[in-house]
Design a protein around this ligand. Structure first.
Ligand code: LLP
Length: 415
């Protein structure tokens, strides 16, 4: 559910016309709906936090400070994968006691930073990383709280680039090696064994893979307890999908995920559940506005050339992802098939291929839907294009939450 809808012929974010926002702030422009974000946070809080769960927003989906502040005010924690994300989370007021830190390549500096800030736990992804954390914690005369990220070898049935839970991927440790890992960790002087972590992939559209993974992880927790290693935290990861294409069915909502998983988890008493959603909180709370610059026909193809490219929204080029594209203003022109492409000098630079769109004219605004997650956060300066501005809408109000970059910004670090 989101709060982008047509009022008459004009597409609105809550009470504000998207065409008016494009006029005021320019394009390409990311626009977020505050009401949608709050709705999604509440859905997670109701599903998981009533029973003491911890909601950790996956910053990689969207690390804008204004969005993080809003999440912090709503009581959310953070799932981070770098020192930079830790810096952003803390700056936005997220409590370190609600921060979990995953990723296969944490550096010693990043580990020390997170230890000094006293985060909830490191989700450790290898034996060598565990040794490094022990060493860094020793240097700081402290104990590092850790969870092992297990790789349960479960197929999340999603795009291979965003699958993580199969053995052939770099993430986590094989579940068969977990016992040995924990035994080693329990003996380390500067390690405090706290939990266990799974994250099997992203854009999951069914609950079954989560359940299949838990069915492997929960018996492991019981075995560990029987051998004297008591875990208190179970991090079930993120990964719940959203609907990008209205032809598809809606993925499960947090309530369904919790309804399915929590009864299973409760059979093992005394576990605090951590959940790490990114996309399902911010994905359909954001759109990308772009302006039609030119049209052309070549052979059999119609091209709509817009001012947003793969540097602004990489997902279609990288994963072949589908994003719905709607006109900011509906008209009665017939639909025709077109490729919506950007200005980047690559044939892989497209937002949509062979898409039936209402015939677009120069200067018209198109809205790329479901762009709130992994949109701006994956954008770049490729082709020396300044990154887009971001705006937050709240009812009838709107405000800039990130300035459009300038040409000077492009060269500011260069010597
Ligand atoms: N936790 C961990 C350890 C993760 O690696 C991720 C995402 C999440 C949580 C959040 O997953 P979500 O709830 O957002 O699915 N760029 C890709 C998605 C990459 C996801 C990486 N990890 C895309 O645009 O689809």
């Amino acid at each position: 559910m989101h709060y982008f809808s047509y009022k008459g012929n004009e597409l609105h974010a809550e009470g504000v016309s998207l065409e008016a926002l494009a006029r005021e702030y320019g394009t390409p422009l990311y626009v977020y709906s505050k009401g949608t974000i709050i709705r999604h946070i509440n859905a997670y809080k109701e599903a998981f936090c009533g029973s003491g769960g911890v909601l950790c927003f996956a910053l990689k989906a969207n690390p804008n400070g204004a969005i993080l502040k809003l999440l912090a005010q709503e009581g959310a924690g953070a799932d981070i994968v770098s020192g930079g994300e830790l810096f952003r989370a803390l700056k936005a007021g997220i409590s370190p006691a609600r921060i979990v830190y995953a990723g296969v390549g944490k550096t010693a500096d990043e580990i020390a930073y997170a230890l000094r800030k006293k985060i909830l736990m490191f989700n450790v992804e290898s034996g060598e990383e565990l040794e490094m954390i022990n060493e860094v914690a020793g240097g700081l005369r402290t104990k590092a709280p850790v969870a092992l990220r297990v790789n349960p070898d479960v197929d999340p049935r999603t795009h291979p680039y965003i699958s993580t839970g199969l053995k052939k991927y770099k993430f986590g440790m094989p579940i068969e090696d977990a016992l040995e890992f924990y035994r080693k960790a329990a003996k380390m002087e500067h390690i405090q064994v706290r939990g266990i972590h799974q994250h099997i992939g992203s854009q999951l559209t069914e609950v079954a893979p989560f359940r299949d993974s838990l069915k492997k992880v929960l018996p492991l927790i019981e075995r560990l307890r029987a051998s004297g290693i008591g875990l208190t935290h179970l991090d079930i990861g993120g990964g719940l999908g959203i609907r990008y294409n209205k032809e598809e069915k809606d993925p499960p909502v947090p309530e369904e995920l919790a309804g399915d998983l929590l009864p299973l988890i409760k059979r093992v008493p005394g576990l605090t559940v951590v959940v790490e959603p990114g996309r399902s909180i911010i994905g359909n709370a954001g759109v990308l506005l772009t302006k039609c610059l030119y049209r052309k026909k070549t052979g059999e193809k119609n091209f709509v050339i817009v001012d947003a490219g793969m540097n602004d929204l990489l997902r279609p080029s990288l994963y072949g992802s589908f994003h719905e594209i709607l006109p900011a203003r509906k008209n009665r022109r017939a639909c025709q098939a077109a490729d919506v492409v950007g200005p980047i000098c690559e044939s892989g630079d497209f937002l949509a291929k062979d898409r039936q769109l209402q015939a677009v004219r120069q200067g018209e605004i198109l809205c790329v839907m479901g762009a709130g997650a992994y949109g701006h956060s994956m954008s770049s300066n490729y082709n020396s294009r300044p990154r887009a501005a971001e705006v937050m809408v709240d009812g009838k109000k709107h405000r800039l939450i990130r300035k459009r970059e300038t040409y000077r910004d492009l060269v500011k670090g260069e010597l």
